[in-house]
Design a protein around this ligand. Structure first.
Ligand code: KIV
Length: 264
């Protein structure tokens, strides 16, 4: 297999080489991103907002995810491809196994991503013991937006920071091979990255994680609505989309993105 593997991504963490990840939803951008040096493509359920024009990620279905994942896999050859399990597609461990199998078999994903803490321990065990790699997602959980009451920074208070840290350790023990930390203070991003053996990718979790991910349309400044305060429009100052993406990869690799000003 010529695609980047989890072994390679783990080696990058050990060697201190930053991982550049971006969301992708179609074949053309998938090809362009990997050519620009993006190592991992996340078929995010953010497609509900940036592709479908929905208000949240909640309406995204398994069929939507399989469709977009298949297109991203078709357009790329070297990048590692992971895909979101959409809202309520992993409500029970059995449902999670069936739907994750679809994402891998029909969509061609190498890994699936699930939002949630230690309540998912059993689900992560069921998936990973069946050979399905899992990326955990902690901090701001967009699929829980109505419970949280909006898209807010998580882990500011000591008790919630501790909860997120404990959840990260439990999910790694359950077999998760990667963690995305969304919208948490940079100090917490740093602590969890130091504590875990698996790669920790920051989405608004500060500069010290093992890698960075942004929603592609935020990076290009074309997302509807206000972009998150931790993102940067890389098309500003670049003369083309490929150059904007290369500027993102270069900034991530050099540890120049995000700056502390773009962190919490
Ligand atoms: O759906 C998505 O794009 C994501 C990223 C914001 C991490 O989960």
């Amino acid at each position: 297999m010529s695609r980047l593997t989890l072994t390679k991504l783990r080696k990058m963490k050990q060697q201190g080489e930053k991982i550049a990840m971006l969301t992708a939803y179609d074949a053309s951008f998938a090809a362009l991103l990997e050519t620009a040096g993006v190592e991992a493509l996340l078929v995010g359920d953010s497609l509900g907002m940036v592709v479908q024009g929905q208000e949240s990620t909640l309406p995204v279905t398994m069929d939507d995810m399989v469709y977009h994942c298949r297109n991203v896999v078709r357009g790329s050859h070297r990048a590692f491809v992971l895909a979101d399990m959409p809202f309520m597609s992993y409500a029970t461990p059995t449902q999670a196994v069936d739907n994750a199998a679809r994402l891998m078999r029909e969509g061609g994903a190498q890994m699936v991503k699930l939002e949630g803490g230690s309540l998912l321990r059993k689900t992560v065990e069921q998936l990973t013991t069946r050979g399905i790699p899992v990326c955990a997602h902690l901090g701001l959980l967009p699929q829980s937006v109505h419970r949280i009451g909006g898209y807010r920074v998580q882990g500011r208070e000591e008790s919630s920071a501790q909860q997120i840290h404990e959840d990260a350790v439990i999910l790694q023990q359950a077999g998760a091979d990667m963690l995305i930390l969304e919208c948490v203070p940079a100090r917490l991003g740093n602590e969890i990255t130091q504590a875990l053996e698996i790669p920790v990718i920051s989405c608004g979790a500060g500069p010290d994680c093992d890698g960075q991910v942004l929603v592609l349309y935020d990076l290009l400044g074309i997302s509807p609505g206000k972009p998150p305060s931790f993102s940067r429009n890389f098309l500003d100052g670049a003369d083309s989309i490929p150059n904007a993406i290369q500027a993102y990869v270069s900034a991530v690799k050099k540890g120049q993105f995000p700056t502390l000003e773009l962190s919490y």
